[in-house]
Ligand binder design. Structure first.
Ligand code: ADP
Ligand code: ASP
Ligand code: MG
Length: 410
């Protein structure tokens, strides 16, 4: 008899029939004798609908009140789900974030879980109940409702699994697991029977939204036995687990992409100590996360700095950079929203030479110009024009032999 945490995403609970389908899946585990904790997302499209509704009251909406309205999306699904089970005569209890004692910091809209008191969930499980927890939400130290950021129900599930020391945490979604790349963009994408925590962290941070990045961080830190599976099939899906020798033999495991960033270039900045710090300190103070940065070598004592920020932060970044630019002196400040970042990820990169050159050659053969490059131990990212995103993903997928079916057990 195992303790299992299952999380179902928005498309899995998109309407009453789908909620009934999820309830029947959960019931099967329960009837097999397992203790079941279920974490649910809001119905597909509901969080977006609530954000748009809130914007009608003034844009941007007040962050505290936005979290109050966003938390209602998950409140609806946990209650519908529990109503269905109760009508079937099953003992179940739904819990909102604060009732499940999911404590967060006070960063509305992107709160971090700082602790979970799992005693109430444990008590209910002891009584033989199925416990349903609203994903994506928590409560700060003074009782304000907070939300964890988009895709945050994955994090709720993994954090609850860690707090309960669950035997298994299953993330159910609308694809059969983690693929070599987004199966909606590349038809040749192959299901990975397993992927290491570190590769999954990179894939998630580079744009693969199949798992939210913080959920993977939690899983790695607490060694959660994590599986990604489909709500609509019986396929065992993908195991997310510690690295092994088999993984190290493969130079590239996956291709990720993101079109969520914009590029800012500051030309003709004085090339002397402290100038880059002036710009980036000011941007950081506005809580804007800078991703890739390049600086070219100086000509006549002046250099160019180029970096990327989330598209939503571009206008604010330009204001800040223009202000600092006035103080230190620059030639021009330019920006470009039509960029994409394509990345290859693999723990095997550490021991395989020539991966970067293969990537650059594949992109150039497809006529794709590389604007920026960034590398880490297990990933290489290139910034390109966004109109080439899908072509770049397919070309890289092919260049690293990812079209071949993966054998091996997860
Ligand atoms: P949910 O609502 O269940 O949380 P998401 O939409 O957040 O689902 O995540 C699932 C989606 O992630 C898939 O439909 C797929 O398009 C996308 N995705 C992106 N990259 C990958 C990948 N490498 N493997 C699987 N799915 C991916
Ligand atoms: N409902 C939230 C969202 O759409 C959280 C989640 O689904 O994980 O982002
Ligand atoms: Mg998701």
């Amino acid at each position: 008899m195992a303790l299992i945490v299952q999380k179902y995403g928005g498309s899995s609970v998109a309407d009453p029939d789908k909620i009934a389908n999820v309830a029947n899946r959960v019931l099967k585990g329960y009837m097999d004798g397992h203790r079941m904790v279920v974490v649910l997302s809001a119905m597909q499209g509901e969080t977006d609908r609530l954000i748009n509704l809130a914007r009608e009251m003034g844009d941007p909406p007040d962050p505290r009140e936005l979290d109050v309205i966003l938390a209602t999306g998950e409140q609806v699904t946990v209650s519908l789900f529990s109503m269905f089970l109760k009508a079937e005569g099953v003992h179940t209890t739904s819990l909102l974030g604060h009732q499940a004692c999911i404590y967060t910091d006070k960063a509305y809209g992107r709160a971090r879980i700082v602790g979970i008191d799992a005693s109430r969930i444990k008590e209910l499980l002891k009584k033989g109940r199925i416990v349903t927890v609203a994903g994506f939400q928590g409560v700060d130290e003074v009782g304000n409702i907070t939300t964890l950021g988009r895709g945050g129900s994955d994090t709720t599930a993994v954090a609850v699994a860690a707090a309960l020391k669950a035997d298994l945490c299953e993330i159910y979604t609308d694809v059969e697991g983690v693929f070599t790349t987004d199966p909606r963009v590349c038809k040749q994408a192959q299901l990975l029977p397993k992927i290491s925590y570190d590769e999954m962290l990179e894939m998630a941070s580079l744009g693969a939204k199949v798992l939210e990045i913080r959920s993977v961080g939690f899983a790695k830190h607490y060694n959660v036995h994590l599986r990604v599976r489909s709500t609509f099939s019986e396929h065992p899906g993908t195991l997310v687990c510690p690295e092994d020798e088999e993984m190290e033999a493969i130079p590239v495991s996956g291709v990720a992409f993101s079109t969520q960033e914009a590029r800012v270039s500051i030309t003709g900045v004085p090339d002397r100590p402290g100038i880059a710090a002036r710009f980036f300190e000011a941007v950081a103070q506005a809580n804007i996360v800078v991703d890739l940065i390049i600086q070219n070598s100086s000509v006549d004592g002046r250099a160019d700095i180029t970096f990327t920020v989330p598209k939503g932060d571009l206008l604010r970044t330009l204001e800040i950079v223009q202000q600092v630019g006035k103080e230190v002196g620059t030639r021009e400040i330019l920006s470009d929203e039509h960029i994409a970042k394509v990345s290859i990820v693999g723990v095997g990169m550490r021991n395989n030479a020539g991966v970067a050159s293969r990537m650059f050659a594949a992109l150039s053969q497809a006529g794709i110009n590389i604007m920026m490059i960034s590398t880490s131990e297990i990933k290489i990212s290139c910034v390109i024009e966004d109109k080439f995103t899908e072509l770049a993903v397919r070309v890289l997928h092919d260049a690293f032999g990812l079209d071949q079916p993966r054998v091996g057990k997860g």
